[in-house]
Design a protein around this ligand. Structure first.
Ligand code: GUN
Length: 288
């Protein structure tokens, strides 16, 4: 048996198409153009690639894209001033501050300075609390993309055993909340979990979000399980170049799983598509 490959690239394209249709209607019927501001502090090469892609895709669906690139010597006070200006800018409906921030900045303070209604990352403490109590919130993009793929593949997730490996605020914890919201029985596992292999083998849905290349072998995957690989790890190749691999050892897992997301082309494209969808949601909520 070999697993069905969940094509995140194709799914993301269909989400972007829907978003573009929604944007066109907002422009035509209400004279409203959703606007997304992305703030990048410093020169981190991976962050620069992400920010460029976000800007390009935002424009492609017909939204306003504003980028603020600041040097890594920027003071926290100056960044907070920029966020305040964006909070008060009626053209801007979504604000994303690219992480990680330089070490001299307090990320929690910066994120919590964003107007929660414009927090399209869903990282503001108000949105975290709303999600945790099952209320309407901005939902973090990567877990939202994973949930959309799982719903598309399974239909109902009710009663399934879900194991999330990784306990980050950006992916692991919100992913667990979303799965719980869909009535899964949820376990959050991490580097200190005893018998991690055994815990993973109990999963009907296995979400890997640890940031360690190929950490989860096929032998940890239950036959027929759905595997969602959030990892995007760059590893060196023999020819001196590099390639991307996930947190799951795809070649062994694909022989056991019922369905699996590839890396690249799985979760990654869905994250930006969900960011665009969240920006439209923020624009609609701001305008009643
Ligand atoms: N850095 C890595 N992933 C993310 C994300 O989803 N949002 C932000 N703001 N920064 C990130």
């Amino acid at each position: 048996m070999t697993a069905q490959i969940i094509d995140g690239k194709a799914f993301a394209a269909s989400v972007r198409e829907k978003v573009a249709g929604h944007v066109a209607r907002l422009v035509e019927e209400h004279g409203l153009t959703p606007g997304l501001a992305v703030v990048l502090v410093g020169e981190d090469p991976a962050s620069q690639v992400y920010v460029r892609n976000k800007g390009k895709q935002t424009r492609e669906v017909g939204m306003l894209s504003v980028e603020h690139r600041l040097p890594d010597t920027t003071s926290e006070g100056d960044l907070l001033e920029l966020i305040e200006a964006l909070n008060n800018d009626p053209m801007i409906h979504g604000i994303l501050v690219q992480l990680p921030l330089p070490e001299h900045m307090n990320s929690d303070l910066v994120i919590n300075a964003i107007d929660p209604a414009k927090d399209v990352d869903g990282f503001h403490i108000s949105n975290v609390g709303l999600l945790g109590t099952g209320q309407k919130s901005m939902v973090p993009c990567t877990p939202l993309g994973c949930l959309m793929m799982l719903r598309e593949h399974h239909g109902s997730l009710s009663g399934l055993n879900a194991v999330v490996v990784g306990r980050s605020n950006i992916v692991g914890k919100p992913m667990a909340q979303l799965l719980l919201g869909d009535s899964c029985t949820v376990t959050i596992a991490h580097s200190r979990t005893r018998d991690l292999a055994g815990v993973c083998r109990g999963a009907d849905i296995l979400v890997a979000a640890v940031g360690r290349p190929k950490m989860i072998p096929g032998g940890w995957v239950k036959t027929g399980a759905t595997v969602i690989d959030v990892g995007i790890n760059r590893i060196p190749k023999e020819d001196g170049k590099s390639r991307l691999v996930g947190d799951v050892d795809f070649d062994s897992a694909v022989k056991v799983a019922g369905a699996i997301t590839p890396v690249p082309g799985g979760v990654g494209p869905m994250t930006i598509a969900c960011l665009l969808a969240n920006t439209v949601t923020a624009c609609c909520r701001a305008n009643g």
